[in-house]
Ligand binder design. Structure first.
Ligand code: PNW
Length: 489
């Protein structure tokens, strides 16, 4: 091959799991069909549509409740090994409580799982991805100490019904977003209840983590021996780097990391358990509300070590400035209590349609290297990673292609460094209801036409590029799809 450039190709190992991810409320629709109960997003979007950029909701969304066979066909087209989806609590337990199981809800997930398994696509099931039954929110939701039992009962129903075929469970998606950011700026119920005081953040964190640990132990003690699977949790871990090498910046970045995700990762994955030390001390010094909601010694010990893997949702990075305080803070919150420092992305990083998302250099590797050192080398899965574009028929999504290729390099850097990274899920398989952004921001590898009753799905260029990577297990920068017609190989 004289004259042609031969690039040294780094490859993904054959057993590296590539997949795509979605969540129930964002894709399913059928919000009140076949006995499903109301959840907090049904309630929020129906009563406070002004909190959603386009006033929309997930009543129909991508209508995956009726289109699940097409969804599985898309996974087959991509050639992926796994699909991460979530279970809608109120679809299988309409009252939120486990004494009344909805057979139609169970049947829906059975059908989806069976359809995937026909084609060797492994289910990675998130038990909770934000759509809490409204009945439970009315009882205080995550702030009620009984939440831990409600969740354990729900998890038991999930393990009992699906654990014969599902070998990987994720208890919660993104505790930080549940307990700190609700992603809904409606000024309504959910936000008031979860965010009105910083103390609620710590209470929510504590209850969520105990609930997680209970579900993990339930799986471990009653299901693992016969079902042989694993149970973990997914935490959103973006990279927060010091803006410069100055000691102020370094200290501020560390505090920010502890407040953003250490709060949730440290109790489970650290050797000593509990909330991160410097973070806790900084708060207590300020006489803050953490003291009211700290763990007992028993709780600390109960939570420590309760994960078979660390699911990381990673999207982006920010630079933290130690000499500049954050000016805007929309709520009395832990941001206030900690007097967080200012942060922003580097000006040179390309920006996505979502205000919070830029393409930061090698940030998966930076994040995983840091977590690995902090938490004694756990097994990782990237359970979400992706890029948003604006609403529209953006089939030639070169920005998304650039982002995914950059992510692949960062994954390969992680694997080269010996990090125990076992898989990667692209967010998202298809365009969906992007919470407070409604349908104005799109993360899909497949475009979904939300004006078409059939919710037709069309592959974007990024779908072809991802497929090529999954199949050949390296990144070919010269690859261009020669047709936009998808096939199943
Ligand atoms: C995730 N951040 O949330 C959620 O798990 C998905 O449901 C959501 O659709 C997706 O990302 C895209 O937004 C995030 O602060 C929450 O960087 C926060 C961040 C990123 C993602």
């Amino acid at each position: 091959c004289f004259g042609s450039t031969v690039r040294q190709q780094r490859r993904f190992p054959d057993d590296f799991i590539f997949g795509a991810a979605t969540s129930s409320y964002q894709i399913e629709g059928a919000w009140n069909e076949d006995g499903k109960g109301e959840n907090i997003y049904d309630y929020e979007t129906h009563n406070y549509p002004e909190g959603i950029a386009d006033g929309s909701n997930g009543d129909i969304a991508a209508d995956s409740y009726h289109n699940y066979k097409r969804d599985v066909e898309m996974l087959r087209e991509l050639g992926v090994d796994a699909y991460r989806f979530s279970i809608s609590w109120a679809r299988i337990l309409p009252t939120g409580f486990a004494d009344e199981v909805n057979p139609a809800g169970i049947a829906y997930y059975n059908n989806l799982i069976d359809e995937m398994l026909k084609y060797n696509i492994a289910p990675l099931v998130t038990i909770y991805h934000w759509d809490l039954p409204k009945t439970l929110q009315d009882l205080g939701g995550f702030l009620n100490p009984e939440f831990v039992d409600w969740f354990e009962d729900y998890a038991r129903v999930v393990f009992e019904n699906f654990g014969d075929r599902v070998k990987k469970f994720i208890t919660f998606n993104e505790p930080r977003e549940i307990c700190i950011v609700t992603l809904m700026d409606t000024g309504s119920d959910v936000k008031d209840k979860l965010n009105s005081k910083a103390v609620t953040t710590y209470l929510c964190a504590k209850h969520l983590l105990v609930a997680h640990a209970k579900a993990y132990k339930l799986y471990d003690q009653e299901f693992r021996a016969k079902q042989g699977g694993e149970c973990g949790i997914t935490i959103s871990v973006n990279w927060f780097g010091a803006a410069t090498e100055s000691p102020e910046d370094i200290v501020a970045a560390e505090l920010r990391r502890q407040g953003e995700w250490g709060l949730f990762a440290h109790p489970i994955f650290s050797a000593e358990g509990g909330f991160p030390k410097e973070f806790g001390e900084a708060l207590i010094e300020k006489n803050a509300s953490l003291v009211l909601a700290d763990f007992t010694h028993e709780e600390k010990a109960f939570i420590r070590g309760t994960a078979d893997f660390f699911g990381v949702n990673h999207y982006t990075a920010s630079l933290v400035y130690g000499n500049k305080k954050q000016t805007e803070s929309f709520l009395p919150s832990i941001m206030d209590e900690l007097e967080y420092n200012y942060m922003e992305p580097d000006d040179n990083w390309p920006a996505a349609a979502s205000s919070w998302l830029t393409l930061a250099p090698d940030s998966i590797f930076k994040t995983l290297s840091h977590l690995r050192t902090l938490y004694n080398d756990p097994v990782f899965y990237i359970t979400e990673n992706g890029w948003s574009t604006k609403n529209g028929l953006d089939l030639f999504d070169d920005d998304r292609v650039r982002y995914y290729r950059a992510s692949m390099e960062s994954l390969l850097n992680s694997l080269d460094a010996g990090i125990k990274l076992k898989g990667y899920m692209a967010w998202s398989l298809m365009d969906n209801f992007e919470w407070s952004a409604g349908y104005t921001e799109r993360f899909g590898l497949y475009h979904v036409d939300f004006s078409d009753p059939a919710r037709t799905r069309t592959p974007k260029k990024s779908a072809f590029v991802y497929k090529h990577i999954v199949k050949h297990r390296y990144v070919d920068y010269e690859y261009e799809p020669d047709t936009m017609t998808m096939t199943i190989d």
